[in-house]
Design a protein around this ligand. Structure first.
Ligand code: GLN
Length: 501
C-alpha cells in the first residue's frame, strides 16, 4: 500500500482521500515514514512537523467523513520552502540569522494551502536566503539529488525538488528569483513553475530581491503543478505587486495539452555554444515532439538576453543589500555580543558577521557598492536599462510566438563541491532562467528524459498572465515523455543504507 501512496500523483491522492480510502492520516503517515527513512541521506527538510501534520490530516478526514465537499488537494501532504512564514514551524531561510525564529503570522500562500486542506509536513532546505544554485549554501547541511546522491539537486530550492524526487512529498512550494524553482526542477526530473510576477502573493515570503521574487508550485506531474498553482495564485491585497486579475486557466490547460497551431519560438541566444551536447539532444527531442503534436516552431532572436546575467547580478544584490539590512540584531533573529559592554553598532556588526554565510555577505557587499553614491547610475541604473531591453526582446518575440522554449540549464546536475568555489561559473549557469525574472513573465521547467542517467529540463516561457500556456506545452511534453522516477525513488522500500552504498 505504501508504495502505491508514495508514487501516486497528488490528484489521485486527493481523489482517494475524498472517497475515504486511504485516509489523509494514512497518506500523511506513509510520507512521514518515507521522510524518516530517506532524510539521513537526502536532507531535503530543515524541519518536519509530524504531529501537526497528522492532526491536520485527521481534521480533513473528519470533515470528509461528515460529508463536506473539499477541494481536489484536500488531505494531500506538501513541503514548503523554508522561506515562507508559517506559525507552526520556525522559518530559518536556511540561515543562522533566523535559526529557531518562528514567525508570528502565516504567509498568504500558507493560508491558502491550509484553506484548501493541504497538509503541511515540513519546511524544505534551500541556499541561505535563497542565494545559490546548489543548496550547498544552507546553514543546515547540503541536500542530495535522489538521481545520484553525489550530485547537487540544484538551488536555491533544492530541498523542495529533492523531496519530490525522493517521494517524500507529492507537492512542494518553491520561490524563484533567478531560477530557484526551475533549475532544481531540471536537475531532479520534476516540474517547477515560476508564475507571472504578481501572479502569486509574496506576503510572508522572506524577501530576497523584491522586484524578482516569485513563489510557485513544484510537483512531479504537470496536472499536479496546475492544481497547486490554482490553490496558491490570485490577487492578494496584502502584496502591493499582486496582480488583480483572474488566475489564468491553468488546470484546463494542463488537462488539454493541445498545442496544435501553437507558435513556439526557439530562443537562439539560449542554445548552442556552452550547452552540453546531451542537453541539446534532449532539447531538440522536445522541439521535435512539439512539432509532431502540431506546434509551429520558429527561431527568434533576443539579443539582450546575453546581458541578463550581468544585469541580474547588479539588480539582485542591490535589492538584497537593502532587504537584508533588516537583520540588525535588534528586532528579531540572532543577536551576538550583547554583553552590556559592546555598542549597538558593534552588536550589529558581530551579529551580521556571525549570522550570514559567505555567499550572502558577498551579495550584500556587491549590492551596497552598486547602490553607493557615485556608482549608482553606472551600475544599478545601467542594469535597470538592460532590464528594459530584455523586456522589449520578450515583447518582440511574443508578437510572433505564443511561447518561447530553451533548455532550462545548459548542463545536468554537477557533483557536490564541484562548483561551489567558483561563484562566476554558478552565476553563469543561470543564463536561461534569469531573463524571465528580469521581465516578470511566466516560465516553467518540465522534465524531458535523461542524459547519462540524469534528468534534463526544458524551459517554456509565456507572456505575463498567460501562465496557462506553460501547462498546455508541459502536458504535451509529458504525453510523449511520461514522469520518470529517480532510481533512488523507484524502489521506495530501499533502506537508507542501501541507497548510500
Ligand atoms: N541561482 C540564482 C541565484 O543564486 C537564483 C536564486 C533564486 O532564484 N532564489 O541568485
Amino acid at each position: 500500500m505504501s508504495t502505491v501512496i508514495l508514487t501516486a500523483t497528488a490528484a489521485q491522492l486527493g481523489e482517494w482521500i475524498a472517497a475515504g480510502s486511504p485516509t489523509s492520516v494514512e497518506v500523511t503517515q506513509a510520507f512521514l515514514d518515507r521522510i524518516e527513512q530517506v532524510e539521513p541521506t537526502v536532507n531535503a527538510f530543515i524541519s518536519v512537523d509530524a504531529e501537526g501534520a497528522l492532526a491536520q490530516a485527521a481534521r480533513i478526514d473528519e470533515r470528509i467523513a461528515a460529508g463536506e465537499q473539499l477541494g481536489p488537494l484536500a488531505g494531500v501532504p506538501i513541503g514548503v520552502k523554508d522561506l515562507l512564514c508559517y506559525q507552526a514551524l520556525p522559518t530559518t531561510a536556511a540561515s543562522r540569522m533566523l535559526e529557531n525564529w518562528t514567525p508570528p503570522y502565516d504567509a498568504t500562500i500558507i493560508e491558502r494551502l491550509l484553506e484548501a486542506g493541504l497538509v503541511i509536513v515540513g519546511k524544505t532546505n534551500l541556499d541561505e536566503f535563497a542565494m545559490g544554485s546548489t543548496t550547498e549554501n544552507s546553514a543546515f547541511g547540503v541536500t542530495r539529488n535522489p538521481w545520484d546522491v553525489e550530485r547537487v539537486p540544484g538551488g536555491s530550492g533544492g530541498g523542495s525538488a529533492a523531496a519530490l524526487a525522493a517521494l517524500e512529498v507529492p507537492l512542494a512550494i518553491g520561490t524563484d528569483t533567478g531560477g530557484s524553482i526551475r533549475q532544481p526542477a531540471s536537475f531532479t526530473g520534476t516540474v517547477g513553475v515560476k508564475p507571472t510576477y504578481g501572479g502569486t502573493s509574496r506576503y510572508g515570503v522572506v524577501a530576497m530581491a523584491s522586484s524578482l521574487d516569485q513563489p510557485g508550485p513544484c510537483a512531479r506531474t504537470v496536472a499536479d503543478a496546475a492544481l497547486l498553482h490554482q490553490v496558491i495564485a490570485g490577487h492578494d491585497p496584502r502584496d502591493s505587486t499582486s496582480v488583480d486579475q483572474p488566475v489564468p486557466p491553468v488546470v484546463e490547460a494542463a488537462t488539454s495539452g493541445d498545442v496544435k497551431g501553437l507558435r513556439v519560438g526557439i530562443v537562439r541566444e539560449l542554445e548552442g555554444e556552452g550547452f552540453a551536447p546531451e542537453v541539446m539532444e534532449r532539447f531538440e527531442a522536445a522541439v521535435a515532439a512539439l512539432r509532431e503534436a502540431g506546434a509551429e516552431v520558429v527561431e527568434v532572436e533576443c539579443p539582450n538576453f546575453a546581458h541578463a546575467v550581468s544585469a541580474y547580478y547588479l539588480v539582485m544584490p542591490s535589492e538584497v543589500s537593502s532587504n537584508l539590512s533588516r537583520y540588525d540584531a535588534m528586532r528579531y533573529g540572532l543577536r551576538v555580543g550583547d554583553d552590556g559592554e559592546n555598542s549597538t553598532e558593534q552588536v550589529m556588526r558581530m551579529t551580521r558577521g556571525a549570522g550570514f554565510g559567505p555567499e550572502v555577505k558577498r551579495r550584500i557587499i556587491i549590492g551596497t557598492y552598486a547602490l553607493s553614491s557615485g556608482y549608482y547610475d553606472a551600475y544599478y541604473g545601467s542594469a535597470q536599462k538592460v532590464r528594459t531591453l530584455i523586456q522589449r526582446d520578450f515583447e518582440a518575440a511574443f508578437a510572433d510566438c505564443d511561447v518561447l522554449i530553451s533548455p532550462t540549464v545548459p548542463s545536468t546536475a554537477w557533483k557536490l563541491g564541484e562548483r561551489i568555489d567558483d561563484p562566476l561559473a554558478l552565476y553563469a549557469s543561470d543564463l536561461c532562467t534569469i531573463p524571465s525574472n528580469m521581465a516578470g513573465n511566466a516560465s516553467a521547467s518540465f522534465p524531458f528524459g535523461q542524459a547519462s542517467g540524469l534528468p534534463v529540463g526544458v524551459q517554456v516561457m509565456a507572456p505575463p498572465m498567460a501562465d496557462d500556456r506553460l501547462y498546455r506545452v508541459g502536458a504535451a511534453l509529458e504525453r510523449v515523455m511520461p514522469v520518470a522516477l529517480a532510481p533512488f525513488a523507484s524502489d521506495p522500500t530501499q533502506s537508507t543504507q542501501e541507497v548510500q552504498a
